[in-house]
Design a protein around this ligand. Structure first.
Ligand code: FAD
Length: 528
């Protein structure tokens, strides 16, 4: 008899599981998604013809499997994209140097195409731009001033001679890597903006997982190598992931990838039920039997039976949905799991106030960055996305500038509760106050609130194994993805957890260790 897999969530992990199952097995697929959207945190929102990400989403992986998988769905561009063509028309200047795929599609003629983008993401601090990663050049020296530079050098060498003995907090980790002054200048404020708690309260694990390979010596080595040799292939095998210089990006944003995958799954017979929230899973000793979901459209509750269950819903919600059979010690850890939430404001402008002062050719003097880390201490905005530079096709009118201001917050806090119009005005005022925009140039705006974007490595996270031991007992339940595993997984890791879980079913592998091990050895870096 044909078996059925029920997949909770139509984000990258859920849809990868669906795609893998439907292309490699005869298992029936049902995906249940609580929202009306496809793509989870990796969706693309369209506002009056302008497209925006929930944070910019680079498509890059050290895993060949994932790189190939993406390119099978959306092949790499074979001809130049609109911005490069226009640069040539306007300025007859050299176009962006990217390696085009000889037989790839033309982004001017088709949508099903992946663009190759050059990465520039600088740090905005003291009203000036700093290179990312910080390089020891004339501009950095003059931006920072000689006194700060001496302090950075001195505290860095000090920590090399007298290393931190017990590295328990993230602060210890940063200081032991970079020295006190470099930590205070470039890591402390930004990290605390992202997480909303002091670096002394965040486990050192976070640093070890997120930036384990990044160090002053590696950054210097990378800078030297980049001068000598530009790595042109998209694989960038010899480059630390946090330092990659090119990435892939779907013509119409990350959501396009997942909408395409969802369409393929449906064409192959899979069922995707939207606007339906999984509220309960019925369990017996070591297996899940059925689940119930509540459809927000018809306000009805339904129950479906399945043979395999893949969960990408937040672990905390899953444990609640497992009901009163959950042991109290598991519930205590689950209740204590914490998250960081996210608000992004989209602004359409005639132009930015800040101008391109780099040597890179851009349209209408637009700064060339895909995103900028806002390090200024007096504003709450954490990052700024310039969507024109992710893909010129994200903007309805390429003569305008379409940006996203990112705020890290906690669901229910002061920022989260602000009225939409009040928040948008606050965001505009902030960018105006640091001279990035002139508020009179704003033409249109929108706001998106996204809960649980960052599973936190504090709260009860250090006892997470108690949850894992409990959920691993259910032979037909697979926790995959980012919030699904409470792990700082990017799209590639989220996909690899899904691919591994499906392979385990195919190969009769009972242990789930290989799923949990993903992203412990393959490192990635999503933000500074
Ligand atoms: C600001 C930011 C920037 C990022 N940048 C990058 C990047 O540059 N590159 C990269 O590769 N990754 C990036 N990521 C990470 C990427 O967004 C995630 O790894 C990816 O979306 C995780 O996929 P997922 O399927 O595990 O989870 P999600 O994307 O969270 O999808 C889970 C889905 O499950 C649904 N769901 C939840 N609960 C229920 C329920 N009870 N019932 C039914 N459905 C439910 C949700 O609605 C959602 O659609 C970034 C993330 C953030 C926050």
């Amino acid at each position: 008899m044909t078996k059925t897999a029920i997949i909770i969530g139509a984000g990258p992990a859920g849809l990868t599981a669906a795609y893998e199952l439907i292309t490699k097995t005869d298992i029936k697929i049902i995906v249940i998604e609580q929202t009306n959207d496809i793509g989870g945190i990796s969706k693309t929102v369209v506002h009056n013809g302008n497209r925006m990400d929930i944070g910019g989403h680079r498509f890059f992986s050290k895993s060949d499997t994932v790189m190939k998988w993406w390119q099978e769905i959306l092949p790499i561009q074979g001809s130049e994209s609109k911005d490069d063509i226009l640069k040539d028309i306007y300025y007859q200047k050299k176009r962006t140097q990217v390696k085009l795929s000889p037989d790839g599609p033309d982004p001017e003629k088709t949508d099903r195409v992946m663009l190759i983008r050059n990465r520039l993401s600088r740090i905005f601090f003291l009203r000036k731009f700093f290179d990312y990663p910080i390089t020891l050049n004339g501009r950095t020296l003059s931006n920072l001033g000689i006194v700060r530079i001496i302090k950075i050098g001195w505290t860095y060498f000090w920590i090399q001679i007298f290393p931190v003995k017990n590295i328990t907090s993230l602060e210890d980790f940063f200081i032991s890597r970079f020295g006190k002054e470099l930590y205070k200048t470039f890591f402390k404020d930004y990290t605390e903006k992202v997480w909303g708690v002091p670096c002394t309260e965040i486990a050192a694990d976070w640093g070890a997982q997120r930036i384990k390979e990044l160090s002053v010596s590696r950054a210097l080595l990378h800078a030297m190598k980049s001068i000598l040799k530009k790595e042109k292939s998209i694989e960038q095998k010899n480059t630390d992931t946090s330092l990659i210089e090119q990435f892939m990006y779907p013509k119409l944003g990350p959501g396009q990838m997942w909408e395409t995958v969802a369409r393929i799954v449906e064409e192959k017979g899979g069922v995707i039920i939207k606007n339906s929230e999984v509220v309960a899973l019925n369990i017996s000793e070591n297996q899940v039997n059925e689940l119930s979901y509540f459809n927000h459209t018809d306000q009805k509750k339904s129950i479906i039976k399945g043979d395999y269950f893949f969960s990408t819903m937040p672990v905390k919600d899953l444990i609640t949905a497992l009901g009163n059979k959950v042991p109290s010690k598991v519930k205590v850890v689950s209740d204590g799991l914490q998250y960081r939430d996210f608000i992004t404001v989209g602004l359409l402008l005639n132009k930015l106030k800040i101008k391109n002062e780099t040597k890179m050719q851009t349209l209408h003097e637009l700064i060339p960055d895909s995103w900028i880390y806002i390090q200024e201490p007096n504003v709450k905005v954490g990052r700024l996305q310039i969507f024109n530079n992710w893909s010129p096709y994200m903007v309805a009118d390429i003569e305008k500038v379409w940006i996203g201001l990112e705020y890290f917050c906690n669901e229910g806090d002061e920022l989260w509760q602000k009225k939409d119009s009040e928040f948008i005005q606050f965001a505009i005022d902030e960018l105006d106050s640091i001279d990035i925009i002139d508020k009179n140039e704003v033409l249109d705006s929108t706001i998106i609130r996204m809960p649980k974007t960052y599973p936190a490595y504090f709260g009860t996270y250090s006892d997470f194994n108690i949850i894992r031991d409990f959920t691993d007992k259910f032979m037909n339940l697979f926790l995959i993805g980012r919030n699904g595993m409470h792990k700082y997984n990017n799209q590639d890791h989220s996909m690899l957890t899904a691919i591994t879980a499906v392979n385990n079913i195919i190969n009769g592998e009972k242990s789930k260790n290989n799923i949990w091990n993903i992203n412990t050895e393959i490192e990635y870096h999503e933000e500074k």
